[in-house]
Write a protein that binds this ligand. Structure first.
Ligand code: GUN
Length: 167
């Protein structure tokens, strides 16, 4: 059986601040000047970037948000549950995976500015996915949520916030 550790090694993945492991696989040469981007972007950005993202079931991707719509692609392993909370406090869950008949999606776009977290629900397993954004990613576009701040803003979602935050 292929292990998460073997894939992390084979693809040279590194720990991501949200949890899980990643490696950037694509960064377009083309650059969009800051003048042509919305005010939410500070500085220039490449047209597009993509990463591999691996998540083990004993870990989680902590609540964070990204300045761009982020397209997730499912590649291998067990399904990933993505939990989103809009700025209006509406919670939504989707599963990305290969069992399409069961409602799992091979692709899903997390809208920009939505708080989201991810988890592999099947014990002793992992998932390998890809995440693509345009304009291309910069850590300036990424905000990791603080647990207390999120709890204050969305007190009715306290259970999921507590289980999907570290700081
Ligand atoms: N590059 C580094 N971190 C990320 C991330 O969280 N999302 C995307 N799309 N690219 C990244």
């Amino acid at each position: 059986m292929v292990t998460a550790e073997a894939i992390v090694k084979a693809l040279s993945l590194l720990p991501h601040p949200e949890g899980g492991f990643y490696k950037e696989t694509y960064r377009s040469d083309g650059v969009i000047s800051e003048d042509c981007l919305p005010n939410s972007f500070e500085g220039n950005r490449n047209y597009c970037t993509g990463i591999y993202y691996l998540l083990k079931s004993d870990d989680f991707s902590a609540f964070h948000k990204v300045n761009q719509d982020e397209m997730w692609h499912f590649y291998a392993g067990d399904p990933i549950e993505i939990t989103m909370i809009t700025n209006e406090g509406v919670l939504n869950k989707v599963r990305i995976g290969s069992n399409i008949i069961k409602g799992q999606l091979p692709q899903f776009v997390v809208p920009k500015d939505v708080w989201f977290a991810a988890k592999v629900l099947q014990p002793n397993s992992f998932a390998l996915a890809g995440c693509t954004v345009a304009p291309g990613f910069d850590f300036k576009d990424f905000t990791l949520a603080k647990r207390d701040w999120l709890l204050k803003k969305f007190p009715h979602h306290s259970t999921i916030i507590k289980s999907h935050t570290r700081q």
